[in-house]
Design a binder for this molecule. Sequence first.
Ligand SMILES: Nc1ncnc2c1ncn2[C@@H]1O[C@H](COP(=O)(O)OP(=O)(O)OP(=O)(O)O)[C@@H](O)[C@H]1O
Ligand SMILES: [Mg+2]
Length: 138
Amino acid sequence: MHDDLRLLEAKTLQQTLERRLAELSASTGIAVEVWALPKGDIPDPVARNVYAAVSEALANVERHSGAGTVSIALTLAKSCLRLTVSDDGCGFPSGTTGRGLSAMKAYFAEIGGDLTVNGVPGGGTTVSGIVPPRALRR
Ligand SMILES: Nc1ncnc2c1ncn2[C@@H]1O[C@H](COP(=O)(O)OP(=O)(O)OP(=O)(O)O)[C@@H](O)[C@H]1O
Ligand SMILES: [Mg+2]
């Protein structure tokens, strides 16, 4: 299959994220380091909500961070899904709030998970999320 068709027909979380990350890199010049993406199928609505959270995180990297590099790791081990998105940009002061930060947390809370965003002024930003096994069973 031609690569473009493969992208258009992307269905798994892994494929969808790969496409999103490639677009981010191409349109911004920010280097994307993919440390891990899950090979297995992730059930809906977990996949949808994780994608939505990553998308908000990447939008923030693009709009606010001035980062040179963003790294992503999404791993499925011991029936637990773990997400890290970190950038080496400007970070932000503690106490910062906003619609996007709240939305990311809400996407994880909705599927029984938990997400935190840690910005360090001058030291980049790390988004950490976890979806426990009970939330992945269905
Ligand atoms: N990766 C990041 N690097 C630097 N600053 C960030 C990053 N993520 C968030 N911020 C800071 O936190 C603020 C709040 O982020 P949030 O996503 O909630 O709102 P927003 O991006 O300003 O607007 P939107 O509602 O469109 O997402 C941002 O305005 C920015 O100052
Ligand atoms: Mg935002």
